[in-house]
Design a protein around this ligand. Structure first.
Ligand SMILES: O=C(O)CCC(=O)C(=O)O
Ligand SMILES: [Fe+2]
Length: 349
């Protein structure tokens, strides 16, 4: 028997536990009381900004919208936006079909090597964490799509087409969103956009959180921030929570047809701390399964990103060291995300 009791040996994924209809969750999923959902909910006054990016097309509204985005990024960093509805629906449908495949089929893609360009993960691959998450996922490198799509799941047969269409739409949208965020920081986005962003990395993480018999004792994903510049999130229902300035967990409302934009560590570093990456977690539901598709965007794999020189001066000394996506992966391969943030290793002040 290993340190996780019978968990790692008897069960392979949260989906199978849920499908077996277990009435209680194994010990290895149970969080200490202070880390459980709802325990630190107080009455929360934070409201999340919802910004309609279509107003950017109207010159008279543009600067007002950029200003709203600046405030949103400083406050909490969530913006809503829509991609074509059928593209989103198809991607979520094929995600559902993928997770409904028999376990042994999904396990062919299983890996706990974070450097793998395509990998299926279950609770098992969180063996570094002391407590498992109630989540199964598949992650794949997605940009440029022609380099990677042949490695993506071939079953369901429409997976590559439907998820690929969504990944490409998300890549185009992130370019637009980055343009506005850089503008809101007063940066010359042309120079950043061309090389760093167009040639950057995209990882699509498709998460499945099965219904959980004891949702108050566990989490779907432990608190963390994403390493990249921005993350676009598509979801089937609510479950995402973000930590506000007062360390309260704020549920992100589900808005049908909307996407959530979260700032990642690279944005905090690039902005020299003017914008903060969002600490978030996912809770699970007692009756309903939830899917989320995260499109994680970052600068190119080996590109070292530091604070923009325009944002560093005597009043605003450089707050962070440079880092690359590859360095983050090295960190992830030997650290437990729930124990410390990668960003903390970069702080100079
Ligand atoms: O499913 C969610 O809402 C959050 C997932 C997440 O944070 C991630 O995959 O990095
Ligand atoms: Fe995340």
């Amino acid at each position: 028997m290993d340190q996780h009791g019978d968990c790692a040996t008897s069960f392979t994924c949260a989906m199978s536990l849920s499908d077996q209809g277990v009435s209680s969750i194994p010990q290895c999923y149970i969080l200490p009381p202070s880390q459980r959902p709802n325990t630190n909910h107080v009455s929360i006054s934070t409201t999340l900004p919802i910004i309609d990016l279509s107003t950017l097309r109207d010159q008279s509204l543009r600067s007002q919208t950029i200003n709203e985005i600046r405030i949103a990024c400083k406050e909490i960093g969530v913006i809503n936006h829509g991609i074509d509805e059928s593209t989103m629906k198809d991607a979520l449908e094929v995600a559902n079909e993928f997770f409904n495949l028999p376990n042994n089929e999904k396990m062919c893609l299983f890996s706990d090597d974070v450097h793998k360009p395509v990998r299926y993960g279950t609770s098992l691959n969180q063996a570094k964490d002391e407590v498992f998450c109630w989540r199964d996922f598949i992650k794949h490198y997605s940009h440029p799509i022609s380099d990677w799509i042949h490695l993506w799941p071939s079953n369901p047969s429409t997976y590559r087409e439907k998820m690929g269409k969504y990944a490409m739409a998300a890549q185009i949208l992130q370019y637009k969103v980055m343009e506005i965020i850089l503008e809101s920081l007063g940066l010359n986005h042309q120079s950043y956009l061309h090389e760093e962003i167009k040639g950057g990395s995209q990882v699509v993480a498709v998460n499945c959180y099965p219904a959980c018999p004891e949702p108050d004792l566990t989490l779907g994903i432990h608190p963390h921030s994403d390493y990249g510049s921005i993350t676009l999130l598509l979801q089937t229902r609510s479950g995402l929570e973000i930590e506000d300035k007062n360390n309260n967990w704020v549920p992100v409302p589900f808005v049908d047809g909307a996407l959530v934009v979260q700032l990642g560590d690279q944005m905090e570093v690039l902005s020299n701390g003017q914008y903060k990456s969002v600490i978030h977690r996912a809770i699970v539901n007692g009756n309903e399964k939830r899917f989320s598709i995260m499109s994680l965007h970052s600068f190119a794999m080996d590109k070292k990103m530091g604070p923009a020189i325009q944002l560093v001066d005597d009043q605003h000394p450089k707050c962070y060291n440079e880092f690359s996506f590859r360095e983050f992966l090295e960190f992830l391969s030997c650290n437990d995300v729930s124990k410390g943030r990668f960003l903390d290793t970069l702080k100079l002040i």
